[in-house]
Design a protein around this ligand. Structure first.
Ligand code: PLP
Length: 398
């Protein structure tokens, strides 16, 4: 494959299609799929992933931020695009309205802002109301939601299409909290009905809820992780057969044979036990290699696991070491990962050479942005068909 760069991503289109089919296989006819393609489609490229999914029947996308939604519109994606996070000022609301983005209302503040600006611009928009049932992020409570419905009911520009909530621990062994959140969600929907507001699309399922709680699919599900080829971290009753579409690739830029006893890397944390070829790969922590998301451990079990791994690895008893793949063989990373380089130990007899492709385990959500992505179909690079660009004619208020 002709490619001058030393670092690039390969994204397998067939794998994305396969994962979509797997998700669809668990989806009842009446349930809509909202494909979540935030964070650049979890590292696979938002625009390209949207095109692939759209060409395979997905007509509803979800993203976190306005910039993400606008990028999709500019690329000609005509499907519904739902924004999860709040719009906080007039300029943002105007941009969302003029690009026909499906807007979330998660507070009275957003409600009043949207009410005012949509009336002034006289642009019709679709909204989903967000309820907080226990995640503690965005959302209305059961009193505010009635107030929002009352505020918006006489606004001819606003169509309340949906209501949703987000679950805090659906991948856990214990279903109690998820069920509690679900009960709260249903009771809010009931309360709205009693007050005369029936909202057609109700949704609360991300990937974990989708797998573990089929009874919570309601009218729509919001799925990102599964389409990107991974199971969420946790326990699942319903294991799908998923394929990771993503490979981070680089090349060997130096290859030397070093003698037994040679030290490797800063602080000499490792020493060769035998003569070996040492390859340098131009990927380091600055590119996202060996980085971890530093979160508080999830309970004592998790804490002990992390602690034990660190203790064992200090004494070199356990190696949760990184491996790279060259010509379908795995080789271990040696020494500390540098800012922009990594050392790999390869047995003297292995036939590798400078310029050989290397698959590097950079996690897709940690990989530096702006890498060249190559889309692969049937094992060959492939151009994704573009959508025709959209030009809107927005009627100005006279
Ligand atoms: C990210 C996100 C999802 C998708 O979650 P996955 O677990 O990746 O499927 C759904 N809803 C909201 C609000 C999100 O932010």
């Amino acid at each position: 494959m002709e490619n001058s760069s030393d670092r690039w991503l390969e994204i397998d289109i067939d794998a994305i299609k396969h994962n979509l089919e797997q998700v669809n296989s668990l989806l009842e006819e009446k349930v809509r799929l909202i494909a979540v393609i935030k964070a650049d489609a979890y590292g696979h490229g938002a625009v390209e992933t949207a095109r692939i999914l759209y060409q395979n029947g997905v007509d509803f996308f979800g993203v976190s931020f306005l910039e993400e939604a606008i990028t999709l519109r500019r690329a000609g994606i005509r499907s519904s695009i739902m924004l999860f996070s709040p719009l906080i000022n007039e300029q943002q609301v105007t941009e969302a309205l003029t690009n026909y983005i499906t807007i979330t209302i998660a507070s009275l503040y957003e409600c009043i802002l949207l009410d005012k600006i949509s009336r002034r611009l006289n642009i019709k928009t679709t909204v989903h109301l967000k309820v907080d049932t226990g995640l503690g992020r965005f959302g209305l409570n059961h009193e505010e939601i009635i107030e929002v419905c009352q505020t918006l009911k006489d606004n001819p520009c606003i169509y309340i299409e949906g209501i949703y909530t987000h679950m805090a621990e659906a991948a856990s062994h214990n279903p109690a909290y998820t069920q509690k959140q679900f009960t709260r969600f249903l009771s809010i929907i009931d309360k709205l009905k009693e007050a005369g507001y029936t909202i057609p699309v109700c949704h609360c399922a991300n990937s974990a809820v989708f797998l573990n709680y089929p009874e919570m699919h309601l009218n729509a599900v919001r799925i990102g992780t599964l389409i990107s080829g991974q199971l969420p971290v946790g326990k699942f009753n319903n294991n799908l057969d998923l394929i990771d579409p993503y490979k981070y690739k680089s090349r060997i830029i130096s290859l030397r044979t070093l003698e037994k006893g040679s030290y490797l890397g800063y602080n000499r944390t490792e020493r060769l036990k035998q003569q070996a070829q040492i390859a340098v790969i131009p990927v380091g922590y600055n590119h996202g290699l060996a980085l971890q998301v530093a979160n508080r451990p999830n309970g004592w079990g998790d804490f002990l696991k992390v602690l034990t791994k660190n203790i064992l690895s200090f004494f070199q008893l356990f190696r949760f070491r990184l491996k790279v793949k060259i010509n379908d063989c795995e080789y271990p990373v040696r020494g500390k990962v540098f800012m922009q380089m990594t050392l790999v130990e390869i047995p003297v007899e292995a036939r590798v050479k400078i310029g050989d492709e290397v698959e590097v385990p950079v996690r897709k959500t940690l990989a530096a942005r702006k890498l060249n992505r190559i889309y692969i179909k049937d094992g060959e690079p492939c151009k994704i068909e573009e959508q025709e660009k959209i030009t809107y004619i927005v009627e100005e208020d006279s």
